[in-house]
Design a protein around this ligand. Structure first.
Ligand SMILES: *[C@@H]1O[C@H](CO)[C@@H](O)[C@H](O)[C@H]1NC(C)=O
Ligand SMILES: *[C@@H]1O[C@H](CO)[C@@H](O)[C@H](O)[C@H]1NC(C)=O
Ligand SMILES: *[C@@H]1O[C@H](CO)[C@@H](O)[C@H](O)[C@H]1NC(C)=O
Ligand SMILES: *[C@@H]1O[C@H](CO)[C@@H](O)[C@H](O)[C@H]1NC(C)=O
Ligand SMILES: *[C@@H]1O[C@H](CO)[C@@H](O)[C@H](O)[C@H]1NC(C)=O
Ligand SMILES: *[C@@H]1O[C@H](CO)[C@@H](O)[C@H](O)[C@H]1NC(C)=O
Ligand SMILES: *[C@@H]1O[C@H](CO)[C@@H](O)[C@H](O)[C@H]1NC(C)=O
Length: 924
């Protein structure tokens, strides 16, 4: 394994130098990522411009970085800092899934448009588009991003793996995203397509007849077997075993070589346009705002409350309600205003449903509806509630749990830890002491459990009396900001006197120190000024004491430099220092994979013990990564031990750094980054929020398709261990309580592996677009070692309606418009059209895309919808977008500009027509 990794890394370093290749992998090395990134940035910019201009502002990014784009996109009205981290994470997620097609489906022809699998390849794109639209409508953005990354790969491969370029095309093949249009003139399996190329690389090896008849073909690829139909082209390259069979050679344009610069570049350009077309269809179908939310562009704080509603919780619910209301009112109009609210009630034995809304008033209403009831002496379904929140909320959310009792469902704790690590969300517990009679030890034990969960997530566990709860909730206001960063985090156990050094940079604001379970401490600034725990309001900050928590807010004029906090306690304690800053980083543990197109995959579970681990880290600065210099990257255990064995750091460009650590420390650890901000010349220090740990067990699984309601999906998985063999229990959970069957235990030997299958069956009534998160855990019989894999799959109806809405022009009344456009001022024109959904289930929305006039239409429930548009003769173009229930997009376009007019005037008055441009639809 070690040597495999070395080889992969070496390969990567080589690739990094040759740069442009249609290879998957990191941004610095791959055309797939570059094409995907270019297309995404282009569409995001378009969506941002529209949204900002519709709000009456000017769209003015200060530069081209992702960070500056986000800043400009969220508009000038909101005050406060905004972080580009969520956008960077969204991009990274799409890139990774894009690359994974080369690992998980390396030998599947349709995923790469290899071996003339054109219909099947388009089927994947079609199916993916349906799923993405359904997911976005249900706000399942992560599922949407993952599918998007995958189908973009397939779409892009078409231009590299087929002869589309050699047939002389300069534009995308629109039919690949229009399942209502036929794929025509495909070379059949008996038609020879290539001539022999002995030396392996020949420009344009296609048979003249193929080119003359404009027959579409693609290269055969054999990863495991060297066979192909007679006379067919090969994909080519070392890993394609068919390339040695006559006709030899290969037709792929994956890499740029001296002899194929032209075709390679053309393929890249068309693949980029094709990706843009696909994204545009998506954007029109779901709307600009939802498209941007999918891309992680929203005021980024999402607040999520998980509230115990049993009988004794009346005071707590009142407080939760007060915090929500106060937060909504005080943060309105700032960048800190949460972009989304989530509420999950739990009781016994019920929990949920999860309420999600972007509307603050709706959140107020929902939380007002919570009424304490039932319960009594029984503990509650706390972890089930948290599980709903973790799977439903976007990654990196802040989850606040209000309860006064132990969790009955504590057996879920490993699943919860797995979800915390996967989502990097934080969980903070407010546990109040209830009047309920119960053994003291039970309450203490329950709190221990909550402490462990909060610690793993980088949250807090606060134990307070019901009376003091209102003071404790200030922590919620601290964390609901879009640019929260962690500067230092430690858990000291057993307790001892210790000094913690931390660096504050110029960018950092609202610095807060949280100490739990320790009363004696002192704080010293870079000038040597100190403040002790006894000075509630001192020269450095204000100290608030509530329950087991000390919260120290530094004064606004705190200086930059190295600070010290000394804590003196013999009890185990925790310390955490946070602030607000745009300078931050995102990271994932990854594993390299080999094959024809090497790359890396994000680990869904814990990294392997006793082996080098690789992480992909991306720095985020105010003006993009180029405004920062990276200093040290390291791993540090929660208790403070530093692992310095970073054996390799590869700069992948764009702020992405691949880091290999030879030996990961035992126990829970965090990622640490230091560096310098070039503009302010100040040193910064950041830590990851979520704790991670390694495991000797490894479990792998891949979701290869969506599942239809009422149908079963088989999920093969593989378990192996480097540790002691024996019986391992398999524990699988899903957040929708869909029925599952799987082996409850497996017998493993050291170094051995076992394949098995989990079957999941969503009930027939499951709405299309629902996503389900499946956690499969493998645990050794003594419980010492375990690992998990988290899978997300979408339940999507089989769709047969690919026909976009149809627009029929009824009338254009423009005779009043003067010939000379400069006289247009006082005159009006009118346009009317009938819009229908053909054979489909109905129109979902009609909107105005271009034109400064007014649009009215009859109710959408009608079979024929009559749309009317009026505008000044100065506004010469109208474009209406109609989207049907399954996301097919139809356009009505009309221009009254006369030929010879301004550039927009491509159509003369008599030449009215209606384009049904995009209609991407989707499904096999
Ligand atoms: C794609 O590559 C070009 C040329 O190397 C580079 O200028 C551009 O920034 C890259 N785009 C993205 C999104 O990575
Ligand atoms: C909490 O975590 C610590 C350290 O990992 C462990 O020793 C302890 O048993 C855990 N407590 C509970 C209640 O699980
Ligand atoms: C950060 O500090 C500023 C200035 O003191 C204050 O106005 C703002 O409310 C603080 N933000 C948070 C989230 O506490
Ligand atoms: C499990 O499946 C993988 C991939 O198909 C294969 O490489 C491996 O040998 C299988 N393991 C066993 C024990 O059959
Ligand atoms: C448009 O719809 C109206 C109402 O259904 C119908 O009367 C009219 O004939 C339609 N016009 C065209 C051109 O289809
Ligand atoms: C509607 O369905 C009929 C019969 O299934 C078919 O012949 C017709 O072409 C369809 N029309 C459209 C616009 O898809
Ligand atoms: C709408 O008005 C804006 C500014 O007034 C102008 O730039 C734009 O071209 C107009 N759009 C159309 C379709 O006429």
């Amino acid at each position: 394994m070690r040597s495999v990794l070395r080889v992969a890394l070496l390969g990567l370093a080589l690739l990094a130098r040759t740069t442009v290749a249609f290879l998957s992998g990191g941004s610095g090395i791959s055309s797939h990522v570059n094409i995907t990134g270019t297309a995404l940035l282009q569409e995001v910019t378009k969506a941002c411009r529209i949204v900002i201009e519709e709000a009456g502002h000017k769209f003015q990014p200060t530069g081209s970085s992702a960070e500056e784009l986000v800043q400009a996109c969220l508009g000038p009205t909101a005050t406060g800092e905004v972080s580009g981290a969520k956008f960077r994470s969204a991009l990274q997620e799409i890139y990774t899934q894009n690359g994974l097609i080369d690992r998980d489906f390396v030998n599947s022809a349709p995923h790469h448009f290899n071996s003339e699998a054109f219909l099947e390849g388009r089927g994947l794109i079609t199916e993916g588009m349906v799923a993405i639209k359904a997911n976005i409508r249900k706000e399942n953005f992560q599922a949407a991003r993952e599918t998007l990354g995958r189908i973009l790969h397939t779409l892009q491969d078409f231009y590299s793996h087929s002869n589309w370029v050699e047939l002389g095309h300069n534009e995308p093949y629109i039919n690949l995203i229009r399942p209502d249009l036929p794929l025509e003139n495909l070379a059949d399996v008996y038609t020879a397509t290539c001539s022999d190329c002995e030396k392996g690389n020949c420009p344009n090896p296609f048979l003249p007849s193929i080119l003359q008849e404009k027959k579409l073909t693609s290269g055969y690829m054999g990863v495991f077997y060297a066979s192909k139909p007679k006379g067919k082209c090969s994909h080519g390259g070392e890993s394609d075993l068919t390339s040695k069979i006559v006709p030899r050679g290969g037709i792929n344009k994956c890499e740029r070589r001296l002899d194929n610069v032209g075709p390679h570049n053309t393929a890249v350009n068309i693949a980029t346009s094709a990706s843009v077309q696909l994204l545009e269809n998506l954007r029109l179908a779901v709307g600009d705002k939802e498209f941007l939310r999918m891309m992680g562009i929203a005021r980024s704080a999402v607040v999520c409350f998980v509230v115990d509603t049993t009988g004794s919780m009346s005071d707590d619910i009142t407080e939760a309600r007060a915090v929500v209301n106060e937060m909504i009112d005080s943060k309105k109009g700032t960048q800190d205003e949460p972009s989304e609210y989530i509420l999950v009630p739990f009781n016994d034995p019920d929990f949920g449903p999860m309420i999600r809304t972007t509307d603050p008033e709706k959140m107020k209403e929902e939380i007002a509806k919570l009424k304490p009831h039932g319960g009594g002496d029984v503990p509650e379904m706390c972890l089930s509630g948290i599980q709903l929140a973790l799977t439903g909320a976007p990654s990196g959310s802040h989850i606040y749990v209000f309860t006064d009792a132990e969790a009955k469902d504590i057996e879920l704790k490993d699943t919860i830890t797995a979800l915390i690590r996967r989502t990097k969300s934080t969980v903070t517990f407010f546990m109040t002491s209830s009047g309920r009679r119960r053994r003291r030890s039970t309450a203490a034990e329950a709190f221990e459990q909550y402490k462990n969960l909060s610690l793993a997530s980088g949250g807090q566990a606060i134990l307070v009396s019901k009376k003091q709860l209102p003071q404790a909730t200030s922590i919620i206001r601290d964390t609901s900001t879009s640019a929260l960063v962690t500067i230092l985090q430690r858990a000291v156990n057993p307790g001892k006197k210790e000094t913690f050094l931390f660096t504050l940079d110029e960018s950092i604001k609202n610095v807060t120190i949280y100490i739990t379970e320790a009363n004696v401490f002192s704080l010293t600034n870079p000038e040597g000024v100190s403040q002790s725990n006894s000075e509630a309001s001192g020269k450095l900050g204000t100290i608030q004491t509530v329950g087991n928590l000390r919260r120290i807010r530094l004064n606004d004029d705190h200086g930059a430099g190295t600070w010290k906090v000394l804590i003196d306690s013999l009890q185990p304690y925790t310390v955490k220092i946070t602030g607000q800053s745009i300078i931050t980083f995102i990271y994932d543990f990854v594993e390299m994979f080999k094959g024809p197109h090497p790359g890396y995959a994000v680990l869904s579970g814990r990294p392997q013990a006793g082996q080098p681990s690789t992480l992909l880290l991306s720095v985020v600065g105010k003006k993009g990564p180029s405004s920062l210099t990276v200093g040290n990257i390291g791993l540090v255990t929660l208790s403070g031990l530093v692992a310095v064995n970073i054996s390799k750091m590869t700069d992948m460009g764009n702020g992405d750094i691949l880091v290999t650590v030879d030996e990961v420390p035992e126990g829970e650890f965090l990622v640490v980054l230091t560096g310098k901000d070039k503009e302010s010349k100040s040193e910064f220090m950041r830590q990851s929020t979520t704790a991670m740990s390694v495991s000797k067990v490894n479990i792998q699984a891949v979701v290869s398709s969506n599942v239809e309601p009422g149908k079963s999906l088989e999920l093969p998985f593989n378990v192996m261990t480097q540790g002691a063999g024996g019986i391992f229990s398999i524990i699988a959970k899903n957040d929708r309580e869909f029925p599952m069957t799987y082996p409850k235990s497996l017998s493993l030997t050291t170094g051995g592996n076992i394949n098995d299958t989990l079957t999941i069956t969503p009930p027939a009534r499951t709405p299309s677009g629902t996503d389900v998160t499946v956690t499969i855990e493998a645990r050794s019989s003594n419980g010492v070692d375990s690992n998990y894999v988290i899978l997300r799959l979408s339940v999507v109806n089989k769709i047969t309606d690919y026909v976009p809405p149809v627009c029929e022009v009824v009338e254009v009344l423009a005779k009043d418009c003067p010939e000379d456009v400069s006289d247009c001022g006082p005159f009006q024109w009118e346009y009317s059209a009938n819009i229908t959904d053909g054979n489909g289930t109905g129109i979902d929305s009609i909107s105005l895309r271009q034109g400064n006039g007014t649009l009215t239409h009859t109710p959408l429930e009608n079979t024929i919808i009559q749309a009317k548009y009026n505008a000044s003769c100065c506004s010469q173009i109208v474009e209406l977008i109609a989207v049907d229930d399954v996301g097919n997009v139809g356009k009505c376009y009309h221009s009254i500009a006369r030929s010879g007019g301004p550039p927009a005037a491509t159509f003369s008055l008599s030449l009215w027509f209606c384009l049904l441009v995009s209609a991407f639809i989707v499904r096999t």
